[in-house]
Design a protein around this ligand. Structure first.
Ligand code: WT7
Length: 680
């Protein structure tokens, strides 16, 4: 009523005011979300970050199409955003598009800022870091690309890289990408046999390695390991050898002195125009059967996902120094030491050493010296350093740090608090990032879309853009309520996900797509809190996680069973206060075997180290007369786990056991073994 008697000018000014403030707020939000993510400016109805998150899931095609156009340089535009059918394991993104990953990681930054540092190689010896600019890295990559081409490596071939983190390893990955070959990086801690198995499965004709590795002040004979491996690899034609140390190694006719030959090559190398869905790399990881699987990642989708997650999860800004201390032999090294940071034109650290070399202050001394802004490490290292005490941290200036990241396994509250309070001085958000080799990049982490959001210690919390996590019950139905646990699946495809298992698409379907048709099954269990946040509770399959390294118990059993004295074995993971999980092997000997148990333990440990890797070697080997089995002959691992966890009240239903007395013996033997190890 009062409006009618208000003078006209007052109404006009009043409504102007409303409009002004409305537009002001609107403008700020729009500007806020567009400044945060430029492509969001074009999304209908997306005013703020939570709307952006919703939009990325409900209209993931528009979201990813805009991101792909904005973030990647294309040789030819894509015509189809996605063509996916999870139930058949068909995943295709950005079809019709052509691009080159090395151009996206190098050339476009050389155009704008050639002298910006791309890599800081933090060598084993502290204070001897080497900086490589974008111009230099492009040059290195081109020379190596030309060399590979001249030596017969073609588009579609697969090159195995067995190197520690170093600029030439990155150049090798990018050189493959430049000429359209796939790479297969094998962690340089793997044994000759494990390397050979991966070379054979990938059908590589070329291996790239270094004469020796240097880690924690010790030399490792990498070239000799390659020699032993390729002996059993009929496909291998040549081995490129770079010199990490000055010590000469024996070279054969098959070997190529890499740096020498690179010098003869041109610094310009024509990039191959790759289809979005051509293979970028294979990366082997353990599954629940004995044979490791070569997960396949392709070009555009992987690169886009690595780049976007790197930028938003860690709040990476231009000019920051990003320090991911993972080895390039793991997916973390691929996505967050190499592809993500380089696609973003960032400066990335390649860490060659260990957290305690030359002393437990190494990480923080490095943070101070290199002025690292985002530090990304593993809970196992945090737990180890925590035990050495705070003084190692306090000694160094960590004021450049802005974000702390954790990856590889659940981070316990104690380690989280120490990381946050002591390392980060309570200033830096800690992001606990959940993902896998299969997911290509981070899928769940505290702050993908909001740099100010609340963080709960020890929780991965929120899905990244375009990710829709769901929990499934035992019947395969989606659990919709909060405060509930189930099998963690992802309900719709995203560009970073693996496309297949090399040479075994059926295994890909069986492992990831069959268990919950229409969903991607992660193999992990998850809990969704009352507030809707996700917490990862651990693997649901026979895969264990030792110091953030994944290993299938079946893989270890296969090796143990190869020992002529062994009849059968069962390997389980148990909780270990530094490594997260340790390896515990139960071994049944053949009848009439006359050998000291201690000698046999040593032999079995050796076998696992030389056939797989040191980290897989059992911490405990318990010799038993028989294993607990069901009447149909299945080993009851659940019972073994309970014995080792000392959870004897919850052994569960033993009525299906073939011979319940076996359990008593095992309990007794376990007590004796632990007593022995403690006193020794
Ligand atoms: C498995 C994947 C992703 C790079 C390193 C490992 C476990 C990983 C977390 C985390 C709880 C985690 C899962 C997963 N995992 N990150 N933040 N919280 N668990 O890659 O070798 O493919 O292993 O590591 O069990 O499935 P990966």
């Amino acid at each position: 009523m009062w409006l009618s008697c208000t003078p006209k000018y007052a109404v006009a000014s009043f409504s102007r005011q409303i409009f002004k403030s409305y537009f002001h707020v609107l403008g700020r939000w729009r500007c806020n979300v567009a400044a945060f993510m430029p492509e969001a400016a074009g999304f209908e109805g997306v005013w703020d970050r939570s709307a952006l998150q919703d939009f990325s899931v409900s209209d993931s095609e528009s979201f990813w199409a805009a991101a792909a156009r904005q973030r990647l340089s294309w040789i030819r535009a894509f015509h189809t955003v996605q063509d996916c059918d999870l139930s058949r394991g068909q995943i295709r993104w950005f079809e019709g598009g052509k691009l080159n990953v090395s151009v996206n990681c190098l050339d476009r930054h050389v155009h704008t800022c050639p002298e910006r540092v791309a890599l800081i190689w933090e060598r084993d010896e502290p204070g001897s870091e080497v900086k490589v600019t974008y111009r230099q890295l492009l040059e290195m990559t081109c020379r190596l690309g030309n060399l590979l081409r001249r030596r017969g490596v073609k588009r579609g071939d697969c090159v195995t890289i067995y190197m520690p983190p170093c600029p030439l390893a990155v150049a090798s990955m990018l050189a493959c990408a430049r000429i359209g070959a796939a790479h297969n990086v094998v962690f340089a801690g793997f044994s000759a046999e494990a390397l050979a198995e991966r070379i054979r499965d990938a059908q590589s004709s070329t291996v790239i390695t270094v004469n020796q590795g240097v880690r924690g002040g010790k030399l490792t004979e990498l070239k000799a390991t390659v020699d032993a491996a390729v002996h059993n690899c009929p496909t291998i034609q040549q081995v490129f050898v770079a010199m990490r140390t000055e010590n000469p190694v024996a070279m054969t006719a098959r070997d190529v002195a890499m740096e020498e030959e690179m010098l003869k090559e041109d610094v310009v190398c024509e990039p191959a125009a790759m289809d979005s869905e051509d293979v970028l790399f294979l990366l082997y990881t353990s599954g629940s059967t004995g044979k490791p699987k070569g997960l396949v990642h392709t070009q555009a989708g992987y690169l886009l996902y690595a780049a976007l997650t790197h930028r938003y999860v860690f709040s990476y800004h231009d000019g920051d120094v990003f320090g991911c201390v993972a080895d390039i032999g793991w997916i973390t090294g691929h996505s967050y030491s190499v592809y993500g940071p380089l696609a973003n034109g960032g400066t990335t650290v390649l860490f060659e050493s260990t957290p305690i070399y030359p002393d437990p202050g190494r990480y923080w001394e490095m943070v101070q010296r290199l002025k690292i802004n985002q530090f990304y490490g593993a809970p196992t290292a945090i737990r180890l350093l925590l035990k050495y005490g705070d003084q190692w941290v306090h000694e160094y200036d960590r004021s450049t740090l802005k974000t702390l990241g954790s990856v590889g396994e659940p981070i316990n509250t104690e380690a989280w608090e120490w990381y946050y309070r002591v390392v980060g001085d309570g200033r830096c958000p800690v992001v606990d990032t959940w993902w896998q080799t299969e997911t290509g990049g981070i899928c769940i982490s505290p702050r993908p879309s909001d740099p100010d959001a609340e963080i709960v210690p020890g929780m991965a919390m929120r899905p990244f853009f375009g990710i829709k996590p769901v929990l499934m019950d035992t019947e395969g139905k989606e659990l919709t309520s909060n405060d509930t646990s189930g099998a963690l699946c992802i309900a719709q495809p995203w560009p970073g996900m693996a496309r297949t298992i090399h040479n075994n698409h059926q295994r890909f379907i069986d492992t990831y797509c069959q268990p919950y048709p229409g969903y991607f099954f992660t193999g992990d269990g998850g809990y969704r809190s009352k507030d809707g946040y996700y917490q990862i509770t651990g693997r649901l399959d026979d895969v264990i996680n030792v110091s953030g390294h994944r290993i299938g118990t079946a893989e270890i059993e296969d090796v143990v069973n190869q020992c002529s004295a062994v009849a059968e074995s069962a390997v389980i993971g148990y909780s270990h206060d530094i490594k997260g999980q340790g390896v515990y092997a139960f071994v049944v000997l053949k009848k009439d075997v006359d050998i000291q148990e201690a000698d046999l333990s040593l032999e079995l440990n050796n076998m696992v180290s030389t056939k797989i890797a040191k980290y897989a070697s059992p911490d405990f080997i318990q010799f038993v007369r028989r294993l607990p089995k069901t009447r149909s002959g299945k080993i009851m691992r659940r019972v073994l786990r309970k014995v080792v966890d000392r959870d004897l009240n919850r052994l569960g239903d033993l009525s299906t056991l073939d011979d319940p007395a076996a359990v008593e013996e095992i309990i007794q033997g376990h007590r004796e073994l632990c007593g022995k190890q403690q006193s020794s």
